[in-house]
Design a protein around this ligand. Structure first.
Ligand code: MN
Length: 620
């Protein structure tokens, strides 16, 4: 067994990581990514990303090819376009792709149906992806970005369906306009983190009893729902005054709606009641309800746009990716390679510095994907991400899963029975907490042992230092002297880097890729109080080229599952007691998997917190 206080100081070969505070000022990030942290050292990760990127490449090629000339012609055109598209690849990558094509043709024969074409292309993707290097991956992404196919505004929703040729059309395309689906997004969507129980009607909300009863009927009332704790609000007024973006070529708009939901009498699931916002012409406050036709659909879409922006900047980037970075830095810098906490946490930090470093240099840089797709100017989006990160980094102790559920007033299952994210997240949190407790209580036999661990003390000091992680409110007054404090913090970091990131990252693939359901920006100012038409709705939605870019970005980010929660490999831990605790954790995860699958038979299925779909770390 490792003795905490006899391990040598961290003077091993790995140099300390230097901080940078100007990439996303004033957040603490790594100055220069060392090669050991880079994805080049992780060929399996590259192969997984390559698979997603190749799916996107083939999808983009297919969008531009007419199917109507018959299967054989279609296949020939596809093959030609696929080969042409690779003309900018390096010779060895090109040769590898041609070899994959030849061997699949040999194995499967020349495809004679659409299904066989799909099987053929899947075969090519699988075999070629294995040989893709980081350099080729970058080349492929460049090629896709030049492959624009659709353009202009949609004239019907069907136009958006055409973006899904090789990538399957998400199920949400069929029902996103339903009110029940709109409500489900609040508790089981990409950003199931906004709703707060309404405690008083005095405030920004101007919804009246007559609005309420027009939707819910006379048996229920706003005051009754309030007093029974059945009212919930999704508040996006943080977007008031946000700077609108216009990159690369079109004016975009932010919206700052308030959306009111209720658990109807005798029901278990939320339903929307009303949406309030200010007109962008004269500031007038308007309120729409489910009885309002296209005005209601537009109001819901404004909520979805605001939610998509909050999701990417705050919930995803800020509160998972950027939140974890200082912990990775301090762990590397202050805990020796043999320190039990470094051993426990290293797998949960794999790829995080690399993906964040890549993001700050391209995705969230001026002219990158966020600039192109989100509502705000890039500076504004970066400020939202930074503020999102700081809202947790400066309040670590009060930003745990259980604390935030409580703060939002959504922790009472009897009041809000249908909340899949909450219920599944708590299962996973509790399992992680038991595993972390067993682990910590084994290495630290008393609170005194925690207090005596000089490396741990240095770790906390680096985390809270202005020249370090710039974190605040950890442990008790920014010091950790008790086992319970350490267990809580490590559980929080572990849960955030695994489960919480999975909950916000993976709905990108099959929900956010269908742009009309969650447009990342709106394209008209909202100036009408009523009388909206389908044309207004379609003009609000992103043009088709932006929708294609949204699909390509969020599909890629949402389809890479590198590593699995609780799988450390057979020989990672060597101590037999720890191995037993790990086995218990793994068995618990299997039980949770079964429990969530069981829950999914009696609720709208929510799969993002199935342990088998939770990677160990933030790496995409
Ligand atoms: Mn992510």
């Amino acid at each position: 067994m490792l003795e905490i206080n006899t391990v040598t100081k961290n003077n091993d070969s790995s140099a300390k990581y230097a901080y940078n505070y100007t990439y996303l000022p004033p957040l603490a990030m790594i100055e220069t990514l060392p090669s050991s942290e880079d994805f080049s050292a992780r060929p399996l990760w590259i192969a997984l990303v390559a698979r997603s990127v190749l799916n996107i490449l083939i999808n983009a090629i297919m969008i531009g090819i007419n199917k109507e000339d018959g299967i054989a012609k279609y296949m020939e055109k596809l093959l030609t376009a696929l080969k042409d598209s690779t003309s900018e690849l390096k010779a060895d990558a090109k040769a590898a792709l041609l070899k994959s094509i030849e061997s699949e043709l040999k194995e499967q024969g020349f495809p004679t149906s659409l299904a066989k074409i799909e099987a053929f292309l899947k075969g090519v993707v699988e075999s070629f992806a294995q040989s893709v290097t980081k350099e080729t991956l970058n080349d492929l992404i460049e090629i896709i970005m030049k492959l624009g196919a659709l353009s202009g505004k949609a004239t019907s929703l069907k136009d958006y369906d055409k973006l899904f040729q090789f990538i399957p059309l998400p199920a949400i395309s069929q029902n996103f306009q339903e009110d029940s689906e709109f409500a489900a997004m609040r508790v089981a969507g990409p950003n199931p983190l906004m709703i707060e129980q309404v405690k008083t009607l005095h405030g920004k909300l101007e919804v009246t009893e007559s609005h309420y009863q027009a939707v819910m009927g006379k048996e229920d009332s706003l005051t009754k729902a309030l007093s029974e704790g059945r009212l919930y609000l999704a508040d996006y007024t943080v977007f008031n005054g946000a700077l609108n973006g216009s990159f690369p070529d079109t004016q975009k708009f932010n919206y700052a709606p308030l959306a009111l939901f209720v658990v109807p009498l005798g029901k278990t699931s939320l339903m929307p009641v009303a949406i309030q916002y200010n007109l962008q012409s004269n500031g007038q406050t308007v309120i729409f309800t489910p009885n309002d036709g296209y005005d209601w659909l537009i109001a819901k879409t404004l909520v979805q746009i605001a939610d998509g922006n909050f999701h990417e900047a705050v919930s995803h980037l800020g509160r998972t990716h950027l939140f974890i970075e200082p912990f990775v830095m301090a762990t590397h810098n202050q805990l020796s390679e043999k320190h039990p906490l470094r051993i426990l946490m290293t797998p949960h930090f794999e790829g995080t510095l690399a993906i964040n470093n890549a993001a700050q240099g391209s995705l969230i840089a001026s002219g990158g994907g966020v600039d192109k797709l989100l509502s705000s100017s890039i500076d504004q989006s970066r400020v939202f991400a930074i503020q999102g990160a700081q809202s947790y980094l400066l309040n670590v102790r009060t930003s745990t899963l259980k604390q935030t559920l409580k703060q939002r007033g959504v922790d009472d299952v009897s009041l809000l029975p249908d909340y899949p994210y909450r219920d599944d997240a708590l299962l996973v949190w509790d399992a992680i907490e038991v595993w972390v407790s067993n682990y910590i209580n084994y290495y630290y036999k008393s609170d005194q042992a925690v207090e005596n661990d000089s490396q741990l003390k240095a770790w906390v000091e680096e985390l809270i230092s202005h020249n370090g992680g710039r974190v605040n409110n950890i442990g008790q007054n920014n010091s950790i002297t008790k086992r319970d404090e350490l267990i809580e913090l490590i559980t929080q970091v572990y849960f955030t880097s695994s489960a919480q990131h999975a909950a916000v990252n993976f709905p990108q693939e099959d929900i956010m890729s269908y742009t009309p359901a969650i447009p990342l920006a709106g394209y008209i100012p909202i100036t009408k109080n009523g009388g909206a038409t389908e044309t207004d709705f379609l003009r609000l939605l992103p043009p088709l080229d932006k929708a294609q870019s949204q699909l390509e970005l969020v599909y890629t980010l949402g389809s890479v599952y590198y590593t699995t929660l609780g799988d450390y490999g057979d020989s990672y831990f060597t101590d037999p007691t720890i191995k037993n605790y790990l086995t218990e954790f793994q068995q618990e995860l299997v039980k949770i998997e079964a429990e969530i699958n069981k829950r999914n038979q009696t609720r709208r299925p929510y799969k993002y917190l199935l342990p088998s779909r939770i990677p160990q770390s933030i790496n995409i």
